[in-house]
Design a protein around this ligand. Structure first.
Ligand code: MN
Length: 450
């Protein structure tokens, strides 16, 4: 019997809403998973990618991650992982550094055996390169096998990777696919094989409403007595509270009604996400945000979803011109490369003198991927899912934050966190408001270590 924690999409280093507190939350969630692994003495922790939110994590996040991995190692629990689309670099991977330090094992085509289960890995691969994949895995001689992979697999929302093809073409018969990328936890069977996502460990977008957690997966379980080869259970994590408030305004109602609705909630230390729907008078989002903050909210964001149907130009929310620009750019059908450049040019996180260099880096990374220079189809450019995403690296090709398979539910508006996610793509990391924007040369890069 082999019992492992299956986690992923921890996105350490994500300064969501430009909040240093939120940034610590993402590391704290990872630490909780490690605590549970040690307390529970599992046989391994399996991480399915996106340990980091971007390819240039800062030193405090790296140090925190290393400390957590060291604790795991001190407890003799192996950390087995693959590389996700958010953190992937052109040179060595952070995971290689941890492996060199003896704190992690990067999974691949050769089996890594823990107890009676062999683990294999498949890093995120852009859709344009998947045809080349051979799924050639070295044989093993134990009872069970699992493939740990990062991508959007069938049969879940936003899937673009055919699970049956993977299973059919693989030279090893897998009992389970332990996945990352889709932030929504789920499980299903495909051709008799378990396929499961543990979900993200902190809400990386407003659309990730349900509670966060991870999977506890047992191969060859004897306890339950039902003879199943694979048993998948979900465990909850305690994470930052998000309070979702929908205020429906009727004719004649306006700001005072909205304030009242917000005050009716306990917002202490929470992220308060307020949406205004219905009719009624105009409200100033910033004023409502202030109310939520005075009620103790760590972060407050108000989105007015009411269509103002008089004249189209009023549809721009002046509280958020950046979002309006972004929305318009997205509807232009630009190629991935072009969108990346646009992001870099507009981002406050990239100082002017660095724009040329940053764009050069971006294009060098994309140069081998012809798809990145193809104009987006109408669908890609405008529609739901990851429509709000601005992929800017090869790794981010299709999916990224629909990652939040959830991307969808966020209502297709460009609200705060989508801007965060987008901005991240250009190395400027959430630079939009200039809060703590870090010139890229001050960031630690993988090459500094290897
Ligand atoms: Mn992710």
């Amino acid at each position: 019997m082999t019992r492992v924690i299956h986690t992923g999409d921890t996105h350490i280093g994500y300064q969501q809403y430009h909040s240093p507190v939120r940034r610590r939350d993402f590391l704290a969630a990872f630490e909780s998973v490690i605590d549970d692994a040690v307390d529970d003495d599992v046989d391994a922790v399996v991480h399915a990618g996106d340990l980091f939110h971007d390819r240039r994590p800062d030193l405090p996040d790296l140090l925190g991650t290393i400390s957590a991995l060291r604790r795991l190692d001190d407890a003799d629990i192996p950390f087995l992982a693959v590389v996700g689309n958010h953190e992937s670099t052109r040179g060595g991977q952070w995971l290689d550094l941890f492996e060199r330090l003896g704190l992690a094992t990067r999974l691949g085509e050769e089996p890594v055996v823990v107890g009676d289960t062999a683990f294999y890995g498949l890093d995120h691969v852009p859709a344009s390169r998947r045809d080349e994949l051979e799924y050639a895995y070295e044989p093993h001689d134990v009872d069970y096998a699992a493939l740990v992979a990062h991508g959007l697999f069938e049969p879940f929302a936003h899937a673009d990777w055919d699970t049956e093809t993977v299973l059919t073409e693989s030279t090893v018969a897998f009992d389970a696919l332990l996945l990352g990328d889709n932030h929504k936890p789920d499980r299903a069977t495909v051709a008799g094989t378990w396929v499961t996502y543990p979900g993200s460990t902190e809400r990386a977008s407003a659309s990730e409403r349900e509670g966060r957690g991870y999977n506890l997966v047992t191969f060859g379980g004897d306890g339950s007595g039902d003879g199943d080869a694979v048993d998948i259970r979900r465990r909850a994590l305690e994470t930052r509270e998000f309070v979702f408030i929908t205020v429906e305004l009727h004719d004649g109602e306006g700001e005072s009604r909205a304030r009242e609705a917000v005050r009716a909630h306990d917002l202490t230390d929470a992220v308060a996400l307020v949406e205004i729907v219905g009719e009624g008078d105009p409200v100033t989002p910033a004023a409502i945000e202030e109310v939520a903050e005075s009620e103790g909210a760590l972060i407050a964001r108000v989105t007015d979803r009411r269509e103002i149907d008089t004249e189209a130009e009023f549809d721009v929310s002046f509280a958020d011109p950046e979002a309006a620009v972004r929305e318009r750019v997205e509807s232009m059908g630009l190629s991935e490369a072009a969108r990346g450049i646009d992001e870099t040019v507009r981002s406050e996180g990239v100082v002017d003198t660095n724009v040329r260099e940053t764009v050069k880096d971006q294009i060098s990374e994309l140069i081998d991927d012809p798809g990145a220079f193809t104009p987006a189809t109408g669908e890609d450019a405008t529609s739901g899912g990851d429509g709000q995403e601005e992929p800017s690296g090869e790794e981010r090709t299709e999916a990224t934050e629909r990652d939040g398979a959830d991307g969808d539910e966020s209502g297709g508006s460009s609200d705060e966190d989508e801007r965060d996610d987008g901005a991240e793509g250009n190395d400027g990391d959430d630079g939009d408001h200039g809060t703590e924007s870090i010139p890229s040369e001050q960031q630690v890069s993988m090459e500094d270590y290897l």
